[in-house]
Design a binder for this molecule. Sequence first.
Ligand code: ADP
Ligand code: MG
Length: 661
Amino acid sequence: MVSNDFPPLIELRGIRKRYGGGDKPEVEVLHGIDLDIRAGEFIAIVGTSGSGKSTLMHLLGCLDRPSSGSYRFAGEDVSTFGTDELAWLRREAFGFVFQGYHLIPTESARENVEVPAIYAGLSQDERMQRATNLLGRLGLSDKLNNRPNQLSGGQQQRVSIARALMNGGHIILADEPTGALDSRSGAEVMELLRELAGAGHTVILITHDRDVAAQAQRVVEIRDGRIVADNTIEIDRYQDEQEAFLHTRLSSLDIAQAREDSGTPFWQGLRETIRAAWRIMWIHRIRTSLTLLGIVIGVASVIVMLAIGEGTKQQVIDQMGSMGTTLMYLNSSVPSTGGPAGMITEEDLDEVARLPEINRVMPVIGSSILVRHQNVDKQIYVSASSYVMPMIYSWQVAQGRFFTEAEDRKLAPVVVLGYQAYRSIFPHLSDPVGQYLLIGTSPFEVIGVMAERGAESGSWNYDDMIIIPYRAGRARVYQAKEQPDFTVMEGVSMDQVQEAEDAVKALLLERHGREDVRIGNAAAKLKAQLETRDTMTRMLGLVAAVSLLVGGIGVMNVMLMTVRERTREIGIRMATGAREYDILSQFLIEAMLVTIVGGTVGVLLGLIIGALLIFWEIPVIFSFGVMIGAFSCAVITGLIFGYMPARTAARLDPVVALSSE
Ligand code: ADP
Ligand code: MG
């Protein structure tokens, strides 16, 4: 018999347990249990089915709380413990062995044994070492990597005993451990429990079988929720010499630690959680990938839509750049009310130039005519235009100079050459300035050569033409023309092009008394085009956001399903010491892992589709920011939609979770 010098390890007084209440009828299962259990005892609780044994064991093991009565553990009142402190107690003090083994089906034997140590924060190496040793001692060295369904009942029960011993197993709580086993395996398990008791573990064995109970040192009989007998059987094996040994063993369990326990270090727990989550995802890979479709499509479409939007926008902006974003083109036209076409006079243009919305005005007359140098004739486009042309077209003079306003007013016969025109008229001359050209019938002096502009989108090539002053052109070359072919007007700013156009229209309407001019405005058209593109992009973005949302709901659905399927696993994890936080983070990380994979696949798919579009010459511009954004959206979606199922899991009652099928 163990000495009575130490206080009882477990002290139950007047413990009652009622089920039901509320809308269900209330039943009292335990009617006031008084029980002391001392450290190192090997005690059997025996009773018929339905007598309340399992209920008592759940209370003893802190899986459940009594309806009334007091439970002192090592002198501490357990009813004052919070859920995390109870988790600590289960993890550090108890080791459970169940009739149905309760192993996690997706984890190997070794990993199952390691579970309690994960929550105790043991390092991975120590954990593996210890689990391997324990399984070796129980004769399972060659089954380390077997899943529970690859083990016999007896082997599974030995794995669960190893798990009970993982964190020390001060108190082994075994509920019908032999109930599901054949007699030989049952005898082996009983032998193991006897050995553990002999080694100083406190063993509480619950059974309906009197022969099994008789192997314990003390037998407590329970009937209809009451203790009806408590016999101590003297067996030689349990001797007083163990007392000192027991004392040492129990002193390592410092109950005060329960209050300041912080559980698993975050990063260490994270690695383990990710590994387990990855395995679950792999096992359910078809289901997971179907769920992920929403996320993948959402992320990929956000990336592709915005890349196309950005690409076409850039294309339009490039076009605008080459056309000049502030330029408008003025023509006379036949008014819609009938009558002759309008006549735009020089006075009209002077007035237009005075408008505050207009920067510069440049009338143009041009056509392809014969130009002669010495005795060579060439057909060349001759543009009669004003001195502002280099400014309006942002076009530099390469050699010599452009003509001035004064020269224009004086009808000076001077000409500036486009680069290609210069090359074709003077193929061998390095400096054509000072040479004369016969344009139509009048001689013009070359005063400059323009810089080469290169091929550009648009109807004409600037490099092929030559430019003469507008008034000289009217007087000497284009005598038949009464007004410019067209007039280029430069607005003050791109944003006010429309206002400038309206101002010019109003001015000319006032001067002519009717609407007989037309103004073309490339910028406004392009701007409108850009705006419709923007709206399109926004709408497509909305579609993408909706598919992300659908993806999120899919994730939530799959997580709810997985929580329901794995309720028992959650119970097992709680019984081995997981806190609410551990369960919450496990399921949150699972949800996030799913969406991280979905987001990554989505980004890759987006890039592939983009590459195909580039191949088909559709302009796309990828944005790194968009990729990061879409990916983060996916992960945040996982977090948000995973939270509810994860919290559901964390809030489960350990006993309810354990007994679920
Ligand atoms: P044993 O393990 O001795 O077979 P239990 O402790 O499992 O018995 O159950 C004792 C009694 O309590 C049984 O009558 C059972 O129906 C009842 N009981 C157990 N759990 C619940 C519960 N969650 N709700 C209602 N009744 C319960
Ligand atoms: Mg039972």
